[in-house]
Design a protein around this ligand. Structure first.
Ligand code: NAP
Ligand code: GLV
Length: 306
């Protein structure tokens, strides 16, 4: 089997070594323009030229969970797209979101500021039942996050495209239930894939439906959020603030208001990182399944967009 690697913004050498060690019978090389046709590819944000020069790929393994950047390219018809499902990302996402929710709920920012100022004082404990957390997207990551939040005894809502029955999670599905889901969620967590249906889904209209004092946590893609609308709703006092890990432009441009806004916590797209060893093991397992004609988890439905 010939495997080609085409990963931008990624240190390629350790992937090459890891794949060669795990698949000693295969030829694994880094793609260069003009390279011969491979059987499968391991990719992250490849250029269109790569796909144009590899028209007979059987499969492309995306080394992240989100395939939005990949699906914007012209992909050969017969090429299956497979993404990383979990691979150690779900527990990282659960840590990150629980941290953000608890930090907000327990007013830890304010306590840290007090301690810096030498002030010893208590705030009235907030009521957990007033802090329902709504998770948009109940897939591999969203489900794990919803379960982790329920463990802290937050009331949890979940919104997905198709119905889901998760213990401890009040389920909403489809566009008709979206407004009810928003109105019932004090904290909104976004774990949707970026598709034509979900782009800009967090905007003035939808975020205004969150209760007064609502809080937004975006850990999916920057293009899900209309950034000016969020800022306006935070500045007007309707929203209490936000924790954002993803942005319309990454890296976040110098001078962007999110760098210094007192009610916004920003991190550099790091809530759930691809873990190389786990991902290589997963890709190798899936190449075996593909070879044997077995179902492969994480196969992307290109028409659906995720
Ligand atoms: P996934 O398993 O494909 O789950 C997607 C979920 O979104 C599913 O529950 C799906 O509903 C729901 N959904 C899709 N379109 C919808 C729509 N139009 N209306 C309502 N629900 C919709 O994806 P995942 O592995 O959990 O990953 C989610 C996203 O997280 C990725 O696409 C990526 O963008 C982002 N991510 C970010 C980071 C980071 O570091 N910030 C890391 C990894 C991933 P159904 O269940 O009904 O199909
Ligand atoms: C990261 O954002 C991913 O999609 O894996």
């Amino acid at each position: 089997m010939n495997i080609t690697l085409c990963c931008t913004d990624t240190k390629t050498e350790p992937w090459l070594e890891g794949l060669r060690a795990a698949l000693p019978g295969a030829s694994v090389t880094v793609w260069q323009p003009g390279a011969p046709q491979a059987d499968v590819a391991v990719v992250w944000a490849p250029p269109q030229q790569f796909l144009d020069e590899q028209p007979a790929l059987q499969a492309m393994f995306n080394i992240g969970a989100g395939v939005d950047a990949l699906l914007r390219l012209r992909i050969p018809d017969g090429c299956r797209v497979v993404r990383i499902d979990d691979g150690g990302m779900a527990v990282q996402m659960a840590e990150y979101v629980c941290h953000a929710v608890v930090r907000h709920f327990r007013e830890l920012d304010a306590y840290e500021a007090d301690m810096r100022d030498g002030r010893w004082g208590f705030r009235k404990p907030r009521t957990r039942s007033d802090f329902t957390v709504g998770v948009m997207g109940l897939g591999v990551l969203g489900e794990r996050v919803a379960r982790a939040l329920a463990h802290f005894e937050f009331p949890v809502n979940g919104w997905s495209r198709t119905p889901k029955a998760l213990e401890g999670v009040r389920g909403f599905h489809g566009p008709d239930a979206f407004n009810d889901f928003l109105a019932a969620s004090r904290v909104l967590v976004n774990l949707l894939p970026l598709t034509p249906e979900t782009e800009g889904i967090m905007n003035r209209g939808t975020l205004s439906r969150l209760p007064q004092g609502g809080y937004v946590i975006n850990v999916a893609r920057g293009a899900h959020l209309v950034e000016e609308d969020l800022l306006a709703l935070v500045d007007s006092g309707h929203l209490a603030g936000a924790t954002l890990d993803v942005f319309r432009t990454e890296p976040l441009p110098p001078g962007h208001p999110f760098w210094s806004h007192p009610k916004i916590v920003a991190t550099p797209h790091t809530s759930a990182r691809t873990l190389r060893e786990e991902s290589i093991a997963q890709i190798v397992r899936k190449i075996g399944q593909l070879d044997r004609g077995e179902p492969v988890a994480g196969t992307v439905d290109r028409a659906r967009g995720y």
